[in-house]
Design a protein around this ligand. Structure first.
Ligand SMILES: NC(=O)C1=CN([C@@H]2O[C@H](COP(=O)(O)OP(=O)(O)OC[C@H]3O[C@@H](n4cnc5c(N)ncnc54)[C@H](OP(=O)(O)O)[C@@H]3O)[C@@H](O)[C@H]2O)C=CC1
Ligand SMILES: CCCCCCCCCCCCCCCC(=O)[C@@H](N)CO
Length: 319
């Protein structure tokens, strides 16, 4: 008898919670159309950016890709033409040069979806890392992204149609959790989260929607390069989240952008990380908000266990 009453009560409380969350979550849910829109992808000549460029081109978007190396850009353009029959616009620019970024953005025409995906990463203990490498990661990943936002925002705010548009940042699961060997890289990726949270508040009135993508290790030319000198502990920790192909990550990213999700996770570990690091992030899905509220404590126990094994590995390898 008491059992039945208890389950009614639990059901009632959970239903009330769902309805409550549906009423209060902000920003409101949205949908970002892709077809016939201008998608501007930095770092679009390689890896995740190239895979995303191919997918949005196949969905009928007008695509611009930006990177430094003109040869790689030409190759990317040819490979996208071969697989989709569509021509993308290429721009050879260094994101660290604000003036050049501004001119490139103006030459490309009004942007509907800006994907700041360019990034460099070197896995190495900070004590061994030289200042050039450190400064390079901060300049490309963080300052470069600020440059892009600063250059593109005026045009996006003053667009002629008021349809929803997106600014998307390529973070990393290493933008949600500390990983040995990635101290400076993490500083840039955690930095993007702060940028994204404040920016979303500043641009919501313009119907601009911010997304943050959190990929696990992804098979790309960039990762192949980083693996050459990766510390053992970096590999051990990164292997706790299952690796993915660039196409799969691009697909998750595209679905996340279309649904205007603020946090976009890519695999099961990513879902758990997004629950446990939800913090003060905006949430458009009442269902995800519900999942966060109910499960964050439990997942916290899980990640504390993961930290326990990680610190065990650190002790062992440093003994
Ligand atoms: N691969 C992985 O395991 C993961 C990657 N990520 C993130 O995803 C993003 C893409 O990574 P991935 O596909 O592996 O990278 P790649 O190294 O394969 O490609 C990087 C792209 O960025 C461009 N780029 C680099 N520096 C600049 C610059 N200064 N100005 C303009 N473009 C630049 C490169 O072109 P060029 O050199 O010609 O300029 C290239 O197109 C990065 O932000 C990365 O941090 C996140 C999680 C996991
Ligand atoms: C119970 C909860 C379980 C949660 C498990 C969490 C495991 C986190 C692993 C994070 C791996 C991040 C790799 C990103 C690497 C990257 O960004 C690239 N640029 C370079 O590889």
């Amino acid at each position: 008898m008491a059992d039945i009453h208890f389950s009614y009560l639990a059901f009632g409380v959970l239903t009330f919670l769902l309805i409550f969350l549906k009423l209060i979550i902000r920003p409101h849910p949205t949908k970002i159309p892709i077809k016939s829109r201008h998608v501007f992808i930095t770092g679009g000549s390689s890896g995740i950016g190239l895979a995303l460029a191919r997918q949005v081109a196949a969905e009928g978007a007008r695509v611009t890709i930006l990177a430094r190396d003109r040869n790689k850009l030409e190759q990317a353009k040819n490979s996208i033409r071969l697989s989709t029959g569509i021509d993308v616009n290429i721009l050879s620019v260094d994101v660290c040069d604000f003036q050049a970024v501004k001119e490139a953005v103006e030459s490309a025409g009004p942007i509907d979806v800006l994907v700041c995906n360019q990034g460099v990463f070197v896995a190495q203990e900070i004590v061994n890392q030289d200042m050039k490498e450190i400064q390079g990661m901060i300049d490309v990943n963080l300052t470069g992204t600020v440059n892009l936002v600063k250059a593109a925002l005026p045009g996006m705010k003053n667009r002629s149609d008021r349809k929803p548009v997106s600014i998307t940042f390529m973070s990393s699961q290493a933008g949600q959790v500390g990983i040995y060997g990635y101290a400076v890289y993490l500083a840039t990726k955690f930095g993007l989260r702060g940028l994204a949270e404040a920016l979303q508040q500043e641009v919501i009135a313009d119907n601009i929607h911010v997304s943050l993508i959190f990929p696990p290790e992804t098979d790309t030319p960039g990762l192949t390069k980083a693996k050459k000198m990766m510390p053992r502990l970096t590999s051990i920790m990164a292997a706790c989240s299952s690796a993915m192909q660039a196409d799969e990550v691009a697909n998750k990213a595209l679905n996340g952008i279309k649904s205007g999700s603020f946090f976009v996770f890519c695999n099961l570990e990513g879902l758990l990380l997004s629950i446990v690091t939800a913090g003060f992030s905006p949430q458009r899905s009442y269902f995800m908000a519900f999942v966060e509220v109910i499960f964050s404590g439990l997942v916290r126990i899980g990640v504390l266990c993961v930290q326990w094994t990680w610190y065990g590995s650190i002790e062992k390898l440093h003994a």
